[in-house]
Design a protein around this ligand. Structure first.
Ligand code: NAP
Length: 449
């Protein structure tokens, strides 16, 4: 195809989904503007991956290289749906790709879920990772027992961070306010609650091995003595049974569902129902036995999955928590007609599953469709039109150069204390740092007498 001008794409979201797609688009000749709601890029790599998993956080290096490319521009602190609308992006770009992830938490829908002390893992994770919208979150860590509902990798991250040694956390990029609260906290026992059995656990075995590597924490199992058929199931059954004498422990408790959270001013007790496992069609289901039990706990963390949120101007599939699409091409309704030139990738396309790398193949699928659909480029569009709108609307855009200065600042502040980085915790602080460094630069540039 002979192009007269650049193929221009707006990507909404700078997490792994948006940036793997950006890389694939640039390889095919596109010029990409990446819009990010926060002042900092990298989405779940910065705000989701646990601070004691610095090796995984290093994937940010790959994403930095993508954003360093001359065909790519980064516009941070821009909320699409508020500062710029989807129709405005459609007007100023050949194609729009939504990669905004799934930022909300799923709910259990049980009595007592609203009590203080009942929190979502998404809030807890954002809090310890220094997410600017969660700095004022206050998880109550003054009880001895915490119950984590769900048995996926997020549940394991949360259990590990709750009991992690200070020496590991303090060297990481954990938010300082979270480090202090976690280290002053009294949690000694974490019960991970799975409604189904060991074979159906959603975690990766490697993540449990990280728990076993922690000093001074017994990793045990309870609630299931039946047969297992998978390697994961066998791994679980090889864990020692619950050790009632261990002071610090993690208990993988199977076949139990929370049915009520109880307490006067806050959560004090979790009422659980024991489940039987029933094979139904392709899925093993948990069916309540009518046998109940209480666990005394001051903290309940729901780690039962993320949920997408709607974006103004685009359809949304409430039940699935995604934007309806056909392999990345956005549809007006599931199975319905296409919305031309609008695409999705990542969790908002397929739901909140998979590891960071899963987003690469997901992005590739969407980008192949984008390239295929681009039969001709319409009239020339002003590459700076979106920026002009943001400037008219007084949006303080954080561009790539500004982010690099913020990144440098965070690393310098951190390394002076033997840490990976000290994260900037608010937009206000980010703008202050930029102002101060601009003044310092101007001073350094002044001619000396
Ligand atoms: P997930 O893997 O989908 O696990 C959700 C867990 O919640 C499952 O055990 C599920 O049990 C349970 N659950 C769902 N609804 C429930 C209910 N109403 N009552 C009780 N339990 C319920 O989700 P996630 O842990 O949030 O992780 C999201 C994705 O990010 C996953 O793909 C994960 O691998 C990835 N991730 C990876 C890492 C890592 O690599 N270190 C870290 C974090 C996240 P059922 O199976 O019975 O539904």
């Amino acid at each position: 195809m002979q192009q007269q001008r650049n193929w221009r794409v707006a990507v909404v979201g700078s997490g792994p989904a948006g940036l793997y797609a950006t890389e694939a688009l640039v390889k095919r000749g596109a010029h990409v503007d990446v819009f990010e709601r926060l002042f900092a890029p990298f989405g779940l790599v910065r705000y989701g991956v646990a601070p004691d998993h610095q090796k995984i956080k290093k994937t940010a290096v790959v994403f930095e290289r993508i954003l360093d490319r001359p065909e790519v521009r980064f516009f941070g602190n821009v909320t699409v749906g508020r500062d710029l609308t989807v129709p405005e992006l459609q007007e100023h770009y050949d194609q729009v790709l939504i990669a905004m992830g799934s930022s909300a938490a799923r709910r259990l829908g049980i009595v007592g879920e609203e009590l203080p002390g009942s929190i979502a893992a998404t809030d807890f994770v954002n809090w310890y990772n220094g997410h600017p919208e969660h700095v004022d979150f206050h998880p109550p860590l003054d009880g001895r027992v915490a119950v984590v509902v769900g048995m996926g990798n997020v549940a394991i991250d949360v259990a590990r961070v709750l009991l992690r040694e200070r020496e590991v956390l303090e060297k990481s990029d954990i938010a300082p306010h979270a480090l202090e609260v976690l280290c002053r906290g009294s949690v000694q026992e974490v019960v991970l609650l799975a409604r189904r059995g060991p074979d159906q656990s959603a975690f990766d075995v490697k993540e449990v091995r990280d728990l076993q590597a922690m000093s001074d924490v017994a990793v045990t199992r309870a609630g299931y003595e039946g047969k297992v058929e998978t390697n994961k199931g066998r791994f679980v059954m090889d864990l020692p049974p619950e050790d009632l004498t261990a002071r610090r422990k993690i208990v993988f408790r199977f076949c139990a569902s929370p049915v009520e959270l109880r307490g006067r001013q806050r959560v004090e007790q979790v009422r659980i129902e024991r489940n039987d496992l029933v094979q139904s069609a392709a899925r093993v289901r948990a069916v309540g036995t009518g046998k109940f039990e209480e666990i005394e706990a001051g903290l309940v963390i729901r780690a039962i999955g993320y949920q997408g949120i709607p974006l103004d101007g685009l359809p949304f599939h409430e039940d699935m928590g995604i934007i309806p699409n056909d392999d990345g091409r956005v549809l007006r309704d599931p199975g319905g007609e296409r919305i031309p030139d609008v695409y999705v990738t990542g969790w908002i396309k397929r739901g909140p599953t998979g590891l960071i790398g899963t987003n690469k193949s997901c992005a590739l699928e969407t980008v192949k469709h984008m390239e295929h659909d681009l039969s001709h480029l319409g009239p020339a569009r002003d590459p700076d039109a979106a920026l002009a709108l943001l400037s008219e609307r007084n949006v303080s855009v954080i561009d790539w150069r500004s982010w690099k200065r913020l990144d440098e600042y965070e690393r310098t502040q951190g390394s002076s204390q033997g840490r990976v980085r000290n994260k900037i915790l608010s937009l206000h602080q980010a703008l202050d740092v930029l102002k101060t460094s601009t003044r310092a630069q101007a001073g350094a540039d002044e001619p000396q007498d």
